[in-house]
Design a protein around this ligand. Structure first.
Ligand SMILES: C[S@@+](CC[C@H](N)C(=O)[O-])C[C@H]1O[C@@H](n2cnc3c(N)ncnc32)[C@H](O)[C@@H]1O
Length: 230
């Protein structure tokens, strides 16, 4: 077993990690993007600073920046202790070491907190949660969901996953989800059923290998899109 987490934790990743997790090309970074369950990721802050169009949605955006930072600080030690206790479960090619991971997560959270404190009311950070999102049909080109769906398969049911993915497909032309592993480093038990249902409904479904890997074996994303005439 690699990790025990009672709740979904506010741990965030950077723009560079999002680029690699979702194999985002320079051209795709210019799309109208929704980050679902973005939490304290600095993806929105960093890409917006470069002129990108990103909206993030997460239930923690109901809190103020200092409260989110405090939540992160509360879980950081516990998570790092679990990571350090399971060294074989992690691939260190990106972060270098557990200390590198800790430093990167702190840097990301600081970048997020600073941006969130400034732009919380600008409409680019929205408090809301799956499986029901307050957006119009096809409002976004691309919806990304990192480290929430599939990862927390023990905490959320198949039907929650299905409703959430259908909702993301309602509001975006394409949906990408990373990783496909659970916290136990096993492929999510929901993946096959979700794949089958999506294919039955006529979506194009693909598992794509990506260059980012931290959880050992966690280097694949799910890509779902409408067929051209859909
Ligand atoms: C581990 S963090 C991942 C943050 C970010 N996606 C990243 O990879 O850096 C998981 C996030 O899921 C959010 N979350 C929990 N329940 C949710 C729900 N029902 N809908 C959307 N987000 C949710 C949490 O608030 C938390 O910020």
């Amino acid at each position: 077993m690699t990790m025990k987490l009672e709740n979904v934790v506010p741990f965030g990743r950077s723009l560079d990690e999002y680029r690699k997790m979702f194999a985002l090309s320079q051209c795709e970074l210019g799309l109208n993007i929704l980050g679902v369950a973005d939490g304290p990721a600095s993806f929105n802050a960093e890409l917006s600073a470069l002129g990108g169009r990103v909206t993030s949605i997460d239930p923690i955006y109901a809190f103020q920046a200092p409260q989110i930072k405090a939540q992160f600080e509360n879980v950081l030690g516990k998570i790092m202790a679990q990571v350090e206790a399971t060294p074989d479960d992690w691939v260190w090619s990106y972060h270098g070491s557990a200390d590198g991971l800790r430093a990167n997560r702190i840097r990301v959270t600081d970048t997020f907190v600073e941006d969130f404190a400034m732009r919380r009311d600008s409409g680019c950070y929205i408090a809301g949660e799956l499986p029901s999102l307050p957006f119009a049909d096809r409002q976004f080109d691309l919806a990304l969901c990192s480290h929430f769906l599939f990862l927390y398969s023990e905490h959320f049911s198949l039907e929650f996953h299905w409703a959430s993915i259908c909702e993301m497909l309602r509001i975006a032309n394409e949906v990408r989800i990373f990783p496909l592993l659970t916290l136990m480093l096993e492929k999510s038990p929901y993946l096959a059923t979700i794949w089958q249902r999506l294919a039955q409904q006529g979506y194009s479904v693909e598992i794509r290998r990506v260059e980012y890997q931290l959880q050992r074996g966690g280097n694949e994303m799910l890509v779902v899109s409408r067929m051209a005439d859909g």
